[in-house]
Design a protein around this ligand. Sequence first.
Ligand code: GDP
Ligand code: MN
Length: 371
Amino acid sequence: QSLGSNYWHQNRRPVQLNKDIPDNKRAKGVIVILARNSNLHGVRASLRQFEARINHRFHYPYVFLNEEPFTDEFKHYVNLLISSTAQYGLIPRQILDQHRVGPPTGHVPTWWGYPDHIDQEKAKLKREEMAALESPPPYADSESYRHMCRFQSGFFFRHPLLDGYDYYWRVEPDVDFYCDVDYDVFQLMKDKGFKYGWNIAIQEIPETIQTLWAATRRFLQRFPAYGVFDSEQSLLTWIMKFDENQIDDYNGCHFWSNFEIGSLDFFRSKPYLDFFDHLDQEGGFFYERWGDAPVHSIAAALLLKKSEIHFFNDIGYNHPPIAHCPTESYLQEKCHCDPAINIDWKDGSCAIPYKDIDPHFVWDEFTYYQE
Ligand code: GDP
Ligand code: MN
């Protein structure tokens, strides 16, 4: 609904500044960017807007991750346009898993590379099969894309450079940030108890996740206590569909994870780690092309209450070819996108069914942070 252009001026709430938050209540947040050295200019383009629209007010620190060392050139040109500090980390191929909860599993997980149980010949054949489809999905034959998706699904949150942080904001090269954000999003996450925040929700390409739902079902058989099934609190209906015999399947809806604001502790929790381990053992990161977006989203729908998930409608964002642009006029005043490009109401978007079940679907209440 449109709230009129004076809405913002009349209803402006005091913005609590980061410096006024007492230390023991402060949310520890970090911007996390996975990138190659060749992404330098795309990263700088993203950060130019991220800084101008958001981070010049908050100076959140950055952690850059890469499976190869970042070059001095990369660091130099990034450092020139950020208003905070950056750390540049190497992703270890393998590392002893210090965040593992519970008894040792006996295996040392590879962070970026094939785990021992993967049949690499089979993985290659499966990639070739996918690439030979009549309309192959993007990255059908890419090996590195699969390592990337597995890393983002199961490992980024365990990187030692993130150890001191509770919340992360994922940023990618070549994206746009369209709107001024003048409240501390990490503080909002912490104070409201949010564990996962998103702004674009779409449907996954079925060919990339053929057996992901079956694998999730087997996980639930192993760990039935983990799921949030209470119909008042569960988000499961948003990701499920039923055939004429009432057999359930995944409907493909997922939060597009190139934008993500989330709780690191959620991903470091035993239920999530057990979920990831289970999926990793099933092999679909390599035999299919499971994306970190459907993996994170199924985990969120399964393991979190819907009150712990937040739609950042106010953070206009573009990851070509899809954009979220807030259509409310009081938000438009703070943005530079054409609301006609907004994905929310278009084919393939999962935002409309989400709005039906969203417990915080009251734009003005959550648009500005106040304490
Ligand atoms: P898309 O958004 O699904 O089209 O995939 P991208 O190519 O944007 O990759 C997603 C994220 O992972 C981006 O932040 C990339 O910079 C990063 N990325 C993808 N592949 C690699 C890789 O092989 N190495 C590194 N270091 N980063 C990668
Ligand atoms: Mn991308």
